[in-house]
Ligand binder design. Structure first.
Ligand code: NAI
Length: 230
């Protein structure tokens, strides 16, 4: 597999979209698909689909297409979701509670094993059958449970300290919901989620369709979804 840094982030996002589409098709009883069909439903060209997959090897056969089950297995392996991941959440406020109660995480292979908060009035309360623990327990719980992922759902001003504590405890990946640019060790992966960025991209797409100053509707049609939005 190529080095992580060599693969464009939009490609990785699209792999998840391919996987979801393929899983849906398999459930619907479809066992073969070609890059044109896969691209069409996701509003991509067949060349884009082939280019994305080519980063990871040779898949499918010219003129025949892909075996849906085989491609699902390959994509799960590439994305690292062919096994379960343990994760912890720091911050038991609105976002932390919503994440803890989001059953789809478990269905997609992510087991949230613990949630922590610094507020003593929240410690001991229960969310989705899990008891909120004091942050002081973070390191011991992460090590004991072998959690490799930490989700940060604290205010921006606390986010770096929480990231540092998660890294000290041994997590290898951080999903950050706080609006803060975090510094992490080289061997720790970080993904930040910001709904306002998604909304801005949506607003941009609508603006393009309406015609930006200096653009034509034909320009807009050529690229209505920014690459990074996928
Ligand atoms: P909240 O105020 O409801 O919850 C934050 C929780 O973090 C509180 O329970 C607080 O006691 C706890 N906390 C603070 N410092 C801590 C520390 N050092 N260690 C452990 N716990 C600590 O906030 P909410 O609404 O849940 O938002 C959480 C974060 O997510 C904020 O940074 C907010 O700006 C951000 N946010 C991000 C969105 C996104 O699209 N990514 C959308 C909405 C909010």
């Amino acid at each position: 597999m190529p080095a992580r840094g060599k693969i464009p982030r939009p490609t990785i996002k699209r792999l998840s979209l391919y996987l979801r589409e393929l899983e849906g098709r398999l459930t619907g009883g479809e066992h073969r698909i070609n890059s044109r069909q896969l691209g069409k439903v996701l509003d991509l060209t067949d060349a884009q689909v082939r280019k994305d997959l080519a980063y990871f090897g040779q898949f499918g056969h010219p003129g025949i297409g892909y075996d849906v089950e085989e491609l699902i297995t390959a994509l799960r392996r590439i994305l690292g979701v062919d096994h379960r991941w343990r994760a912890v959440i720091v911050g038991a406020g609105n976002i932390g509670r919503a994440l803890m109660s989001y059953g789809r995480l478990r269905r997609r292979g992510f087991d949230v094993v613990a949630i922590f908060d610094a507020d003593p009035t929240l410690v001991g309360t229960r969310i989705a059958e899990t008891t909120v623990q004091p942050v002081e327990h973070l390191a011991a719980v992460v090590r004991r449970s072998d959690a490799r992922i930490g989700l940060i759902a604290v205010p921006a001003e606390s986010a770096q300290a929480v990231a540092d504590a998660l890294m000290d405890a041994g997590v290898q990946g951080i999903l950050n919901f706080a609006p803060a640019r975090l510094t992490v060790a080289k061997d720790v992966a970080i993904v930040s989620v910001d709904l306002s960025v998604s909304l801005e991209q949506l607003a941009f797409s609508i603006s393009l369709r309406d015609g930006l100053p200096g653009s034509t509707r034909a320009d807009a049609g050529a690229d209505t979804e920014p690459d990074d939005a996928r």
